[in-house]
Write a protein that binds this ligand. Structure first.
Ligand code: CTP
Length: 134
């Protein structure tokens, strides 16, 4: 039976921190499933994305290390997805450490080190900064 790994995220302005996390998670099993947060769910989390959901989903689905994607529409779906998909490992970056320990009765829960120095928020700040005067 294949060992399925599951993660969730917004993946706005897709960057190398996202790529490193997804590659490292894929290496923990045989298949990686990624839940991509919808625009509506992001607004509920107080996150306004630059890249629309359909494009973020398309980018993540196109990666070699990703086997399947699904829409993340709310906080409560994780336990259902883990049961429905037969997930062995649930993983997130370590900024989420401890947040999903309640899923431990259902599967292994891991928090992997974040790539330092990059985030979607930092990229948004760079893009919003006025260009230096010539
Ligand atoms: N992540 C990571 N390393 C980074 C940035 C993100 O490992 N430098 C991980 C997060 O820990 C999470 C996943 O990538 O498990 C998706 O994170 P997301 O919130 O979409 O990306 P961020 O860049 O953290 O976005 P934001 O700045 O809006 O929080």
């Amino acid at each position: 039976m294949s060992r399925i790994v599951l993660t969730y995220g917004t993946f706005d302005l897709f960057h190398v921190g996202h790529l490193n996390l997804l590659r490292n998670l894929r290496a923990l099993g045989d298949r990686l499933i990624v839940g991509v947060s919808t625009d509506e769910f992001n607004l509920k989390k107080g996150k306004q994305t630059v890249i629309p959901f359909a494009d973020r989903l398309d980018i993540v689905q196109s990666l070699k290390c990703v086997d399947m994607t699904l829409a993340e529409t709310g906080w409560a779906q994780k336990a259902d997805d883990i049961r429905r998909l037969g997930v062995a490992v649930f993983g997130m970056g370590d900024d989420w450490r401890g947040h999903f320990d309640t899923l431990r009765p259902l599967c292994e829960v891991v928090y992997l080190p974040r790539t330092p120095g990059i985030s979607s928020s930092a990229l948004k700040h760079c893009l919003a900064r006025p260009a230096p005067a010539a």
